[in-house]
Design a protein. Structure first.
Length: 438
């Protein structure tokens, strides 16, 4: 595959060796370049041979040297852009299949791309990776990957993912292990399907792949009210969440003794739902599965503690005020505890657990709250005595403009009965707001 060079960094190895915009890159060290993954892997070497076609149409070979970690300095057009590969499954628990109709198109995209797993930590199933592409993963040393397993029993995995080709996950993970590729695993736990003894079997199977299998995260299935025509699933109850934590505890202890790691980590939702305290910092071993909600609440409190500990600036005068913080039902008690612990004298915090009407009451996480549901919860009684609505940015998309129900933040601000202040989803930002450092 050929790639048009659109720009060359000044002073870069590419410019020093006479490469210009308009040249075409055909190969590096004799290897075809499919995409950015190939390109980044191949330019890591300090000695390169590039096959180029100049603007004059003539082909040439260029040998160059550079520092091992030094970028080559080339920029490309759309040919090098990674277009997300779509999912080949129809998982019984897929959240996108449970989305209300009529939202923006990007919310319905089902990506399942190992390249984004490598670069961004997205979880992938590997069901759309053929043997040739699996070999490319190994050739390019794509590690670590983030892999959705759900069940190691072949029949059950095929059933849960509605894909008859999904059953060979252990063979594929073993091949990755043998090649030195490391990976983190994910299990979406569905009561009555892959919990109980099935879950323990899955965990034991994955443990045989350690240390290539680095961690396993367990998250409870998320169920919305829009499940017409989908597989019948039941949400976790407080009792079931507690039972899961109890059932995996002996396995975790065994892993700590034999592997030196807890290995299997339940997400915060299991602790919130069961009413059990969030584990201490050391238990999370550096938070490798933070994007799965494993340790988010503990890290938030840690960040707030650190901000307080390293705060050597004179405390500014803090006017008496009361913040109102809307949050998901599951995290509300923990957010309230953290805020009351670090709020300075004269600053009060009222935490508002917002029931999710948009997706259904069984959805209790903060990041899935909508602008409409928050506004509906801001009744006069709730807002009385409050000065500012403190809104966590996790409720908005990356651009910080739209909620999941497509309400714009400007519209929300106009309709809010209280002035709105946006705060990033980290403890330092929360601490600064509470201290009046806006």
């Amino acid at each position: 595959m050929q790639h048009l060079i659109t720009a060359v960094e000044p002073g870069s190895p590419a410019q020093r060796h006479g490469i210009e915009p308009g040249d075409i890159l055909c190969a590096i060290d004799g290897q075809t370049i499919l995409d950015e993954i190939d390109y980044q892997a191949l330019i890591a070497s300090p000695r390169l041979q590039l096959k180029l076609i100049g603007k004059d149409g003539k082909e040439r070979l260029l040998s160059l040297r550079k520092d091992e970690i030094e970028p080559l300095g080339l920029h490309f057009g759309e040919s090098m852009t990674l277009s997300p590969r779509t999912c080949h499954n129809r998982c019984m628990f897929c959240f996108i299949d449970q989305m209300p109709k009529g939202l923006r198109d990007t919310l319905y995209v089902k990506d399942d791309d190992w390249r984004y797993s490598l670069m961004m930590g997205n979880f992938v199933t590997l069901t759309n990776v053929d043997d040739q592409e699996l070999d490319r993963i190994i050739l390019r040393r794509a590690s670590p990957l983030y892999i959705s397993v759900h069940a190691t029993d072949p029949t059950l995995r095929c059933r849960m993912m509605n894909n008859r080709f999904a059953g060979n996950i252990m063979e594929r993970l073993q091949k990755l292990k043998n090649a030195g590729i490391r990976f983190h695993c994910q299990i979406v736990v569905c009561p009555g399907f892959n919990d109980g003894e099935v879950l323990l079997r899955t965990l034991r199977d994955l443990r045989t792949l350690a240390p290539a299998a680095m961690t396993v995260a367990m998250v409870p299935v998320g169920l919305t009210k829009c499940r017409e025509g989908l597989a019948p699933l039941t949400p976790f109850t407080p009792e079931a969440a507690a039972a899961l934590l109890d059932s995996i505890a002996p396995f975790q202890e065994e892993c700590r003794k034999t592997l030196g790691t807890t290995f299997a980590f339940p997400s915060d939702e299991f602790f919130c739902l069961s009413g059990r305290p969030i584990p201490d910092e050391d238990w999370y071993e550096g938070f490798p599965q933070i994007e799965n909600g494993v340790g988010l609440l503990r890290r938030l409190e840690m960040e707030t503690e650190d901000a307080s500990f390293f705060d050597d600036e004179p405390a500014p005068p803090v006017a008496k005020r009361t913040f109102l913080i809307p949050t998901g039902v599951s995290a509300a008690p923990h957010i309230e505890r953290i805020c009351k612990r670090f709020a300075p004298e004269g600053v009060a915090v009222r935490v508002l657990p917002v029931v999710n009407r948009f997706f259904g009451e069984t959805v209790t996480v903060t990041g899935l709250l909508t602008g409409g549901d928050i506004l509906a919860a801001l009744t006069p009684d709730v807002c009385q005595g409050c000065d500012t609505l403190l809104l966590c940015a996790v409720m908005l998309r990356h651009e910080r403009d739209l909620f999941l129900d497509d309400m714009h933040i400007d519209e929300f601000t106009k309709r809010s009965p209280l002035p709105v202040q946006l705060v990033e989803n980290d403890g330092e930002a929360l601490y600064d707001v509470l201290r009046g450092r806006e």
